[in-house]
Design a protein around this ligand. Structure first.
Ligand code: NAD
Length: 487
């Protein structure tokens, strides 16, 4: 173990960058703090433009060989990475929980298995990726997906490894090489992924990981002329900065951003189901981009819905996310907690009523909060809080429901509870959202498109959409034999 190794629950983690198949240190570090108890987990290498350039150079050097690697071999290595993830699920789960405070039980049983599945899914999808050739005036059109080049992948802290691999897996499958920059509040599992990929036989330089503050290393990555794709998940203000920086080289961008998604409950809905899934919006302490944070409930059932919601929410246990009995863990950072509380206190000052919550708990915990008496154009209804804070508004008919649902600048997701299939069809057709759930929540197949409309993002990923993004799609038109151009 080097002086750069830290251990979390017995798991050794290298705190350096991973560039060109080697661990590389920086002269400076930044502290990685656990949201569970505010303790410093370790000091992580703090990348600068120099490490950014070295990582892109490594990705560029590794690109030709990886792009030329037969699809079956690329798929085999991706499956080997998935095997490595599966072997280390317990380790990855405890490290991620310590680092970002999300529930250990969901990391163990949902998130980390899904990380492995990300690699398996895109490996298999790669092998099935074919368009039928087609003909134009006797000429054959053949469509192929050519690897694009080095990609910069930048990820947030709320689901660090899950969101990273949602980008890394399709990029590697496509034959691209990667520089991954995880969030500075949750840098650890990206380092473990580098170990797992190396053990799986991924050649040096195909996956590189650089650590550091986005404000210090980000621009050097996103403005680099050798980078052929940038995929970013995070906030709208950062996305705007990245888009400006990428504009210098017209680097294609995929942006998965924030949301303020509506959850509509019609009077004809199964109210117990609607309440159960509405309370689930507090998952991960509300730090979920897709969360349906605006409850829109038909007037006729609003009182009953609220009563059952409050009852159900009161059973939630908040505390140490390593405890299997806990439902809600801490928020990521004191700064985030302050931001959440600022939103709530301003809403209350503007006339909102906290039916439950409305204040901080001990440490880095915020009480699950439901605010009523909120105006459609108020800050609390319009802006993403990214904490355990929901608003409740009522509507009297479908027209008003759709107007309120679509009445923000976001368009990531929407959820509709109704017992009437015709209504479901009418309403979902009118909602502006990348994903709409009817009488369910959070279920998603990796073949399906995922992304946001309006300020919630640019582009779609998943299945073929991912390959369309990570590849230079090419059409090769071949003349029939003996063909001559006679004008
Ligand atoms: P953020 O924008 O602050 O940071 C995201 C990443 O960008 C981090 O790695 C950060 O270091 C990096 N970064 C910061 N400045 C940069 C710069 N100038 N250049 C390049 N990189 C830079 O977001 P966050 O607070 O980490 O994440 C929360 C946000 O992410 C929320 O808005 C949430 O809705 C969104 N999110 C969206 C999805 C989705 O799929 N749509 C999923 C999860 C989270």
């Amino acid at each position: 173990m080097s002086e750069h190794t830290i251990t979390v629950a017995g798991v050794a983690i290298d705190t350096r960058h991973w560039i060109g198949g080697e661990r590389v240190a920086s002269t400076q570090t930044f502290p990685d703090v656990s949201p569970i108890d505010g303790s410093t987990i370790g000091d992580i290498c703090r990348g600068t433009a120099m490490e950014a350039a070295a990582a892109v150079a490594a990705a560029k050097a590794a690109f030709p060989a990886w792009a030329a690697t037969p699809r079956a071999e690329r798929a085999r290595i991706l499956h080997a990475i998935a095997d490595g993830v599966e072997k280390r699920i317990e380790e990855l789960a405890i490290v991620e929980t310590t680092d970002n405070g999300a529930l250990l039980r969901s990391h163990r049983r949902g998130v980390m298995p899904r990380v492995a599945h990300n690699f398996r899914f895109f490996a298999d999808w790669l092998l099935s990726l074919e368009h039928e050739d087609f003909e134009t005036r006797g000429h054959t059109n053949h469509v192929s997906w050519d690897p694009a080049g080095p990609c910069v992948l930048i990820t947030p802290w709320n689901a660090p490894l899950m969101l990273a691999t949602w980008k890394v897996a399709p990029a590697l499958a496509a034959g691209d090489t990667v520089v991954l920059k995880p969030a500075e509040w949750s840098p650890l599992t990206a380092s473990l992924l580098a170990d797992i990929a190396a053990e799986a036989g991924l050649p040096a330089g195909v996956l590189n990981v650089v650590q550091g503050y986005g404000s210090e290393i980000g621009d050097a990555l996103t403005s680099h002329p050798d980078v052929r794709r940038i995929s970013f998940t995070g906030s709208v203000p950062t996305a705007k900065r990245i888009a400006e920086s990428a504009a210098a080289n017209l680097t294609p961008l995929s942006l998965e951003l924030g949301g303020k998604s509506p959850l509509l409950v019609f009077a004809d809905a199964d109210l117990d189901l609607a309440v159960d899934l509405a309370v689930e919006q507090y998952d991960n302490a509300g730090q979920v981009c897709l969360a349906g944070t605006r409850l829109l409930v038909e007037e006729a059932v609003a009182e009953e819905f609220t009563r059952r919601f409050v009852q159900k929410a009161s059973t939630l246990k908040q505390g140490d996310p390593r405890d299997e009995a806990i439902d809600i863990g801490p928020n990521i950072h004191p700064r985030q907690l302050e931001k959440i509380d600022g939103f709530v206190q301003r809403a209350v000052a503007a006339g909102a009523r906290a039916v439950i919550g409305g204040q901080r708990g001990d440490g880095q915990y915020y009480a699950p909060t439901l605010l009523t008496d909120v105006a459609q154009d108020s800050e609390i209804v319009q802006e993403e809080v990214f904490g355990p804070v929901l608003t409740l508004q009522t509507f009297t008919d479908e027209e008003e429901a759709v107007r309120l649902a679509n009445g923000t600048r976001f368009g990531l997701a929407a959820t509709v509870f109704t017992g009437d299939p015709d209504r479901a069809e009418r309403v979902t057709a009118r909602l502006v959202a990348g994903t709409v759930w009817v009488n369910c929540f959070f279920v998603r197949d990796l073949q399906a498109p995922f992304g946001g409309s309006r300020l919630s993002g640019v582009g779609r990923e998943g299945g073929t959409w991912s390959f369309d993004f990570y590849c230079d799609v090419k059409n090769t038109v071949t003349a029939p034999s003996g063909w001559r151009n006679h004008g």
